[in-house]
Design a protein around this ligand. Structure first.
Ligand code: C2E
Ligand code: MG
Ligand code: MG
Length: 333
């Protein structure tokens, strides 16, 4: 407790108050180990837990921390090799335009084909990619692959469809992003307005000044810019208006399961009209039922994405989906 209190005081450096975060792991002799190596290793595991729990705290060691730690370490080792071993794949999910009943585009969604665990979903490994910085090379691979796929679809004679790529917080702030985007669209011959980058609300709001600059530079290239998971972060409406955005994607948490679900329905309705008033296209994510389609149509949502039309699918299946459309009459369109 004395140590923690000591950390609460600011340190004055170069005319600024600087605060140091405090995360501590504690192991106790002889219960947690008989020798210094074991005690330190276990204290380390406890410290990682303290950090993972949100920092500024201490944790006593417990044996299950090592099990979890080793699991994460193994996963991290596997992740480092995944790119070289070509274990990542992109799935695509179509987005349906309610205004003209066409396929508006598709979102590229990352999957990891793990040799033992099978298909791993991004929620299980993207945080680890972020933490280790691996997200930068992997994100670059995603961008490239999606752009290459666009060209291949085009070469195969399919009507050109816009492609959306998710960009994580760290990748967004990486100095090389702009160059890589520029290179990718040039090399693959994509009209800039056919590439859409999605950043989440929380990424955008982390440092609004820097966000403004990066978005501004991407906007100059003519890329479409989308705010993902709208409603789950803390958007400053003033900034939403200032950023050069094109699209608002309402998070599926705010797509009401039934129109009678008053509060959720009210938020969805308000988000659609907010988006439109800001001059943005509005996409609803996670649309699963016909009732939701009807509701979103009534409130003039522009584009829908969700299992109701198609799950995210591997390239060959999505190609088939595009070719079959509009012969295959989709529900609610
Ligand atoms: P997101 O960008 O918001 O993507 C939408 C997620 O909703 C996808 O999950 C998609 O499979 C899922 N989804 C689509 N329709 C429905 C539906 O009707 N019902 C339900 N329950 N879910 C639906 P997924 O593919 O597991 O991806 C999760 C998140 O991981 C993404 O959320 C995105 O934030 C992140 N992610 C995926 N691929 C990438 C990537 O290449 N780079 C980065 N940085 N993040 C990615
Ligand atoms: Mg997305
Ligand atoms: Mg989303």
């Amino acid at each position: 407790h004395k140590l923690r209190e000591a950390f609460e005081t600011a340190i004055f450096i170069a005319g600024q108050d600087v605060y140091a975060a405090f995360s501590m792991g504690i192991s106790v002799y002889p219960h947690d180990g008989n020798d210094p190596e074991t005690l330190l290793k276990n204290a380390d595991a406890a410290m990682y837990r303290a950090k993972a729990n949100g920092r500024n705290q201490y944790q006593f060691y417990a044996p299950e921390m090592n099990a979890r730690g080793e699991e994460l370490l193994a996963l991290e080792t596997d992740l480092r090799r995944a790119l070289d071993r070509k274990e990542f794949v992109l799935f695509y999910q179509p987005q349906m335009d309610l205004r003209n009943r066409r396929i508006a585009g598709m979102e590229a969604l990352l999957r990891w084909q793990h040799p033992e665990h099978g298909l791993v979903s991004p929620d299980d490994f993207i945080p680890l990619l972020e933490e280790t910085g691996l997200i930068v090379p992997v994100g670059e691979w995603v961008l490239r692959s999606a752009c290459t796929q666009y060209r291949k679809f085009h070469e195969a004679g399919l009507a050109p469809l816009r492609i959306s790529v998710n960009v994580s917080a760290r990748q967004f702030r990486d100095q090389t992003l702009l160059d890589r985007v520029q290179q990718a669209i040039r090399d693959e011959g994509i009209p800039p307005h056919h590439l859409e980058l999605e950043i989440t609300e929380s990424t955008a709001m982390r440092d609004v000044q820097i966000t403004s600059e990066i978005l501004g530079a991407l906007d100059v290239l003519g890329i479409r810019l989308a705010i993902d998971d709208f409603g789950t972060g803390y958007s400053s409406l003033a900034y939403l208006k200032r950023f050069p955005l094109d699209v608002l994607k309402i998070d599926r948490a705010f797509i009401p399961d039934s129109p009678h679900n008053g509060n959720v329905a009210a938020i969805a309705e308000a988000s659609i009209s907010l988006g439109h008033k800001l001059g943005l296209e509005v996409i609803a994510e996670g649309v699963e039922t016909m009732e939701q389609v009807a509701f979103l149509r009534t409130h003039e949502c522009d584009i829908l994405q969700g299992y109701c039309f198609s799950h995210p699918k591997p390239v060959d299946q999505i190609e088939q989906f595009i070719m079959d459309y509009p012969l295959s009459q989709l529900p609610g369109l």
